[in-house]
Design a protein. Sequence first.
Length: 178
Amino acid sequence: MPGEPTTRCFIACWPGPGIARRLEELSGSIQNSAGGRKIPRKNIHITLAFLGNLVAAQRAAAEACCPALPESFTLTLDRIGFFKNGGIVWAGARIPDPEFVHFVEQLRYSLRRVGFRVDNRPFVPHLTLLRRARKRPRVKLDAMEWTIGDYTLATSELTPEGSQYSIVKHWSTPGDVK
Protein backbone atom coordinates (compact mmCIF):
# COMPACT_ATOMS: atom_id res chain seq x y z
CA MET A 1 0.00 0.00 0.00
CA PRO A 2 1.54 3.35 -1.04
CA GLY A 3 2.65 5.54 1.82
CA GLU A 4 2.53 2.73 4.37
CA PRO A 5 5.22 3.31 7.01
CA THR A 6 8.31 1.13 6.85
CA THR A 7 10.76 -0.01 9.51
CA ARG A 8 14.38 -1.03 8.93
CA CYS A 9 14.60 -4.67 10.09
CA PHE A 10 17.18 -7.40 10.61
CA ILE A 11 17.49 -10.80 12.29
CA ALA A 12 20.29 -11.14 14.85
CA CYS A 13 21.84 -12.87 17.84
CA TRP A 14 22.87 -10.76 20.83
CA PRO A 15 25.65 -11.85 23.21
CA GLY A 16 24.95 -12.02 26.93
CA PRO A 17 26.22 -9.27 29.23
CA GLY A 18 29.56 -10.97 30.03
CA ILE A 19 30.60 -11.50 26.40
CA ALA A 20 29.29 -8.05 25.39
CA ARG A 21 31.32 -6.41 28.18
CA ARG A 22 34.50 -8.23 27.15
CA LEU A 23 33.97 -7.27 23.50
CA GLU A 24 33.35 -3.65 24.42
CA GLU A 25 36.57 -3.58 26.49
CA LEU A 26 38.46 -5.17 23.60
CA SER A 27 37.10 -2.61 21.14
CA GLY A 28 38.36 0.19 23.40
CA SER A 29 41.90 -1.18 23.39
CA ILE A 30 41.80 -1.71 19.61
CA GLN A 31 40.44 1.79 19.06
CA ASN A 32 43.57 3.25 20.69
CA SER A 33 45.76 1.90 17.88
CA ALA A 34 43.39 1.57 14.90
CA GLY A 35 41.11 4.57 15.43
CA GLY A 36 37.47 4.40 14.41
CA ARG A 37 34.15 4.56 16.21
CA LYS A 38 33.28 1.96 18.86
CA ILE A 39 30.01 0.10 18.68
CA PRO A 40 28.15 0.59 21.97
CA ARG A 41 27.85 -2.57 24.10
CA LYS A 42 24.06 -2.67 23.69
CA ASN A 43 24.44 -2.73 19.88
CA ILE A 44 27.00 -5.56 19.56
CA HIS A 45 25.34 -8.46 17.69
CA ILE A 46 25.67 -10.96 14.84
CA THR A 47 23.40 -10.16 11.92
CA LEU A 48 21.89 -13.36 10.56
CA ALA A 49 19.91 -11.60 7.81
CA PHE A 50 19.45 -7.94 6.92
CA LEU A 51 15.90 -7.43 5.65
CA GLY A 52 15.79 -3.70 4.83
CA ASN A 53 12.83 -1.37 5.15
CA LEU A 54 9.65 -3.39 5.64
CA VAL A 55 5.96 -2.63 5.85
CA ALA A 56 3.91 -4.52 8.46
CA ALA A 57 2.86 -7.34 6.10
CA GLN A 58 6.47 -7.94 5.05
CA ARG A 59 7.56 -8.05 8.68
CA ALA A 60 4.87 -10.65 9.40
CA ALA A 61 6.12 -12.71 6.41
CA ALA A 62 9.67 -12.54 7.78
CA GLU A 63 8.49 -13.65 11.22
CA ALA A 64 6.73 -16.64 9.64
CA CYS A 65 10.10 -17.80 8.23
CA CYS A 66 11.74 -17.90 11.67
CA PRO A 67 11.64 -21.23 13.49
CA ALA A 68 12.62 -21.94 17.08
CA LEU A 69 16.29 -22.83 17.40
CA PRO A 70 16.59 -26.62 17.23
CA GLU A 71 19.35 -26.51 19.85
CA SER A 72 21.86 -24.15 21.43
CA PHE A 73 25.02 -23.49 19.46
CA THR A 74 28.51 -22.72 20.72
CA LEU A 75 30.54 -20.08 18.95
CA THR A 76 34.17 -19.71 19.95
CA LEU A 77 35.15 -16.10 19.35
CA ASP A 78 38.88 -16.37 18.70
CA ARG A 79 39.64 -14.10 15.77
CA ILE A 80 39.83 -10.37 15.06
CA GLY A 81 39.14 -9.45 11.45
CA PHE A 82 39.06 -6.33 9.30
CA PHE A 83 36.89 -5.35 6.35
CA LYS A 84 38.83 -2.60 4.59
CA ASN A 85 35.69 -1.21 2.97
CA GLY A 86 34.20 0.84 5.81
CA GLY A 87 37.10 0.17 8.18
CA ILE A 88 35.13 -2.52 10.02
CA VAL A 89 36.93 -4.31 12.87
CA TRP A 90 35.13 -7.45 13.98
CA ALA A 91 35.37 -10.47 16.27
CA GLY A 92 34.51 -13.89 14.95
CA ALA A 93 35.27 -17.58 14.94
CA ARG A 94 38.10 -19.25 13.04
CA ILE A 95 35.93 -22.37 12.82
CA PRO A 96 32.24 -21.55 13.30
CA ASP A 97 29.83 -24.20 14.56
CA PRO A 98 28.72 -25.91 11.31
CA GLU A 99 25.24 -26.57 12.71
CA PHE A 100 24.81 -22.84 13.48
CA VAL A 101 25.97 -21.90 9.97
CA HIS A 102 23.53 -24.47 8.52
CA PHE A 103 20.67 -23.05 10.63
CA VAL A 104 21.38 -19.52 9.35
CA GLU A 105 21.72 -20.67 5.73
CA GLN A 106 18.33 -22.45 6.03
CA LEU A 107 16.77 -19.32 7.56
CA ARG A 108 18.12 -17.19 4.70
CA TYR A 109 16.85 -19.73 2.16
CA SER A 110 13.36 -19.54 3.70
CA LEU A 111 13.45 -15.75 3.53
CA ARG A 112 14.57 -15.77 -0.12
CA ARG A 113 11.78 -18.23 -1.03
CA VAL A 114 9.15 -15.68 0.04
CA GLY A 115 10.83 -12.78 -1.76
CA PHE A 116 13.35 -11.25 0.62
CA ARG A 117 16.66 -10.16 -0.89
CA VAL A 118 19.04 -11.43 1.76
CA ASP A 119 22.77 -11.86 1.31
CA ASN A 120 23.70 -14.79 -0.96
CA ARG A 121 27.30 -14.96 0.25
CA PRO A 122 28.22 -17.76 2.66
CA PHE A 123 27.39 -16.82 6.24
CA VAL A 124 30.46 -15.78 8.23
CA PRO A 125 29.43 -15.06 11.84
CA HIS A 126 31.03 -11.88 13.16
CA LEU A 127 30.30 -9.06 15.60
CA THR A 128 31.27 -5.55 14.54
CA LEU A 129 33.42 -3.80 17.17
CA LEU A 130 34.56 -0.64 15.34
CA ARG A 131 33.56 1.30 12.23
CA ARG A 132 35.80 3.61 10.21
CA ALA A 133 39.04 2.22 11.67
CA ARG A 134 42.14 3.53 9.90
CA LYS A 135 44.00 0.24 9.78
CA ARG A 136 43.89 -3.48 10.47
CA PRO A 137 44.49 -4.05 14.19
CA ARG A 138 47.33 -6.31 15.29
CA VAL A 139 45.81 -7.84 18.38
CA LYS A 140 45.24 -11.38 19.60
CA LEU A 141 41.82 -12.31 20.90
CA ASP A 142 41.70 -14.56 23.95
CA ALA A 143 39.03 -17.11 23.04
CA MET A 144 35.52 -16.55 24.39
CA GLU A 145 32.88 -19.30 24.38
CA TRP A 146 29.43 -17.96 23.52
CA THR A 147 26.41 -20.25 23.81
CA ILE A 148 23.78 -19.01 21.38
CA GLY A 149 20.35 -20.04 22.58
CA ASP A 150 18.15 -17.43 20.95
CA TYR A 151 17.79 -14.90 18.16
CA THR A 152 15.57 -11.93 17.40
CA LEU A 153 13.86 -9.81 14.80
CA ALA A 154 15.01 -6.27 15.49
CA THR A 155 14.40 -2.81 14.11
CA SER A 156 16.96 -0.11 13.57
CA GLU A 157 16.39 3.62 13.73
CA LEU A 158 19.20 5.90 12.61
CA THR A 159 19.56 8.89 14.95
CA PRO A 160 22.20 11.60 15.36
CA GLU A 161 23.52 9.57 18.33
CA GLY A 162 23.86 6.42 16.17
CA SER A 163 21.68 3.39 15.54
CA GLN A 164 18.97 2.63 18.07
CA TYR A 165 17.84 -1.01 18.04
CA SER A 166 14.57 -2.45 19.33
CA ILE A 167 13.66 -6.11 19.68
CA VAL A 168 10.37 -6.96 17.95
CA LYS A 169 10.22 -10.73 18.33
CA HIS A 170 12.33 -13.39 20.04
CA TRP A 171 12.91 -17.09 19.24
CA SER A 172 14.80 -19.58 21.37
CA THR A 173 15.34 -23.30 21.84
CA PRO A 174 12.23 -25.38 22.61
CA GLY A 175 11.37 -25.22 26.29
CA ASP A 176 13.15 -21.89 26.84
CA VAL A 177 10.64 -19.36 28.17
CA LYS A 178 11.48 -15.65 27.79
